[in-house]
Design a protein around this ligand. Sequence first.
Ligand code: CS2
Ligand code: MG
Length: 397
Amino acid sequence: MKITDVRTILTCPKQNYLFVKILTEDREIYGIGDASLNGREKAVEDLIQEYLRPMLIGMDADRIEDIWQTIYRGAYWRGGNIIMSALCGIDMALWDIKGKRAGLPLYSLLGGRVRERVLCYSHVLGKTNEEKVQKAAAFVEEKGLKVIRLRAGLPSANGTLNNQGHQARPKVEPWDPEFLADEMIAYFIRIRKKVGDKVGIIFDLHERFSPDQAVYIMRKLEDYHPFFIEDPIAPDCIESLRTVRAHTNVPIAFGELYKDRYECIPGIIERLYDFIRCDIIRIGGITEAKKINAMAEAFDIKTAWHGPNDVSPVTHAVNWHMNVSCFNFGIQEDGTVDDTVKKVVRGGPVYKDGYLTMPDQPGIGCDIDEEAAAEYPYKRAYIPVCRRTSDESLCDW
Ligand code: CS2
Ligand code: MG
């Protein structure tokens, strides 16, 4: 079945999203994918429109692997966030088409169900850590959560949602890793005491600490049994991850910033982490995610795919199909989808009592209302940057 057009839908219902819609010679069958790269959406759109669309028109939509390799290797210059995000938008849309043609949900194409529902965790939100401590127990109770997630930081965790309008430059947030380790430890312990021992607590250190600082925090938290510590350090230096792993026995989740399977390999084969948590868009989509998943399974590493509030329901749905069909699933991050987003994107996982489910539908099971999307035009927005209050130097956000 030939591809007849590749469209991009750039929209900002609360957050900028870049969706891909692939049309085929069967007018009834099209695929939807997500190519959103928070803070750089237009660069991805240009790559798709200027370079990928012309070469994809006329190709056989059934040949997902061949198209993936053609985009990845065929350009000679490969990888990176912009290319991999574009590749993901196309890859997801092609899997969606394959599912619709077969009349089967994506999970069925991936091997079929191995579980009925998907354990998930939610972010404890609030403007200050103090507010989060006060709200945590009620939040767990009201939502019936089994696992919650905290983030190391001073400001609100809502920082990436682009609901403040067009931005001329990134917001600057304060962060002093040298002086805040003890405060973060105390924050975790206070939450542990509030929610009790039965609730899992994930602590996302968000690549904000150096290896020595991360080890210091993790060792102090060993007795408070975190579900896992997420991205304790930046991913750039594998030696640093080896150091962290060697000095603490707390479970580690890693890889939100990885861009392909090759970046995952050293950590997987040395078991430097217990959960792999790539973002499915950043690694080039379902085709790459299933390969990473298979590598992780062989080394007893579980999955915790990235899926926060700023990810669209299309990607939440893809995560869900992966989770429900893969043996080595660990847990899924559940982003609350804003009501405005629901006007633009139909479908996606449904939350109940700590788990996610989705109704059976062919393909990914999501659709974009293009008229609604047009009512929410793109607004330039940046991911914030962190600067130390002490000397104003830049540190990892
Ligand atoms: C975070 C994300 O959910 C997480 O684990 O690391 O919220 C991340 O900061 C954003 O997705 C960036 O856009
Ligand atoms: Mg994270």
